[in-house]
Write a protein that binds this ligand. Structure first.
Ligand code: LRH
Ligand code: MN
Ligand code: MN
Length: 390
């Protein structure tokens, strides 16, 4: 088989932007143990510097998402200047109403108006931060839910979320978006207040045009046809962003494309069909991952390259041939068109294209050979490494 030609798809590939989560550069783990990794960032500034390294080697990651309060600093305008000085921008601001004691029974859905007030105010504070950082997306994931049937009224909680979100939505600037993420379980085990795309869709539609849904690939029950949801949200004009990661069991937050590369291909094919890669598309792509045992910077490099490689394969689908086979009800033929693209090894062609644009042909190897990881380990030997959450 001859090497695939990327001619028709390089404009789209050159536009590709994958936002990195600041928290991927801190230590993370499970409830059993958080292992440290030499050279791990100690501050929000160092996390941003590490994200900038990923962008420098790939050209794929021009923005960094923040999580508040994990990335709380005294001066967000200065943090923005720091990022821009390193060649990246600050991106999505993620709110966090799942770690404070007062949120034990919920945040925006809590029955006590005082707790709801605190949770709403936290989001208003995030909007203030966004004014300083230049961020346009406020991403909200709620841990709210219950553990036992009867524990609280699911219906009343849904109404309270709608009211709370409306108050936050009212304060958005015209160019800002409220992005509502869903997740089917964890930390709540009986019911979650925003468990699925339908609930997120109902809530964001009630808010207005500036509210959209975030699809985190790890937030569905095993066996869910995630690409169907991608298709539907694109069709309805409410797919705001992706949180990419991969999973074997639950919300594993492993490297995107590691557990099920074919699912990533099917998702990206639906993005292509639905216009999500078109110029001016409102769909944004983000990683939401943790690197529990591998080094963080190479983990993020591998991740953005996985997305790039699978995007190339999805863009290589012969859509005309696919349409013809579908129209003729050529079941096996249509499937073959899709599988042909999926089975295409785009790595040599992408390596060549990267080199032609002045990037290392193999960014993971270039990083390993640069000695930067050892340099970071020596330079960051003192002080407290950032952890998942700080
Ligand atoms: C919840 C989630 C959400 C949070 C992140 C740390 O599981 O996916 O996006 O902000 O993890
Ligand atoms: Mn997420
Ligand atoms: Mn998650």
């Amino acid at each position: 088989m001859t090497a695939p030609r990327l001619d028709g798809i390089t404009d789209t590939l050159a536009r590709q932007a994958i936002e990195l989560p600041s928290w991927a550069f801190g230590n993370s783990g499970t409830r059993f143990k958080v292992f440290g990794t030499p050279g791990t960032a100690r501050t929000p500034q160092e996390k941003i510097a590490d994200a900038a390294t990923v962008h420098e080697l790939t050209g794929l990651a021009p923005t960094v998402a923040l999580h508040i309060p994990w990335d709380e600093v005294a001066d967000f305008a200065a943090l923005r200047a720091h990022a821009e000085g390193l060649g990246v921008q600050l991106g999505t601001v993620n709110s966090n109403t799942f770690q404070d004691e007062i949120y034990k029974f919920g945040s925006l859905a809590h029955s006590d108006p005082a707790v709801r007030r605190t949770a709403i105010d936290h989001h208003l504070r995030c909007l203030e931060i966004m004014a300083d950082t230049g961020s346009t997306d406020l991403k909200i994931w709620l841990a709210d839910g219950t553990n036992y049937p009867g524990q609280d009224s699911m219906r009343a909680r849904q109404d309270r979320i709608a009211d709370s979100l409306a108050e936050i939505y009212d304060q958005l600037a015209p160019d800002q978006r409220l992005v509502l993420e869903y997740k089917f379980f964890e930390p709540a085990f009986y019911h979650t207040d925003v468990p699925d795309w339908g609930t997120s869709y109902a809530q964001v539609c009630a808010l207005g045009e500036q509210a959209v849904t975030c699809l985190d690939t790890g937030h569905h029950a095993p066996g869910t046809n995630v690409e169907f949801i991608v298709m539907q949200l694109l069709r309805l004009g409410r797919l705001g962003s992706f949180d990419f990661n991969s999973r074997f069991y639950a919300d594993d937050d492993l490297i995107v494309g590691a557990a099920d590369p074919f699912q990533l291909f099917r998702i990206l094919h639906e993005v292509a069909v639905g216009g999500g890669f078109d110029e001016g598309s409102p769909v944004r792509f983000m990683l939401d991952q943790c690197h529990n045992i591998e080094d963080k910077i190479p983990g993020q490099l591998r991740s953005v390259l996985n997305v790039q490689e699978m995007t190339a394969r999805a863009l290589l689908v012969d859509r005309e041939a696919l349409g013809r086979a579908q129209a003729e009800h050529d079941v096996l033929g249509a499937n073959e068109v899709l599988m042909d693209a999926f089975q295409t090894d785009v790595r040599p062609a992408l390596a060549e294209w990267r080199a032609a644009r002045g990037f290392p042909a193999d960014p993971v190897r270039a990083y390993a050979e640069s000695g930067h990881q050892q340099h970071l380990a020596a330079q960051r030997a003192d002080g407290q490494q950032a952890g998942w959450g700080a």
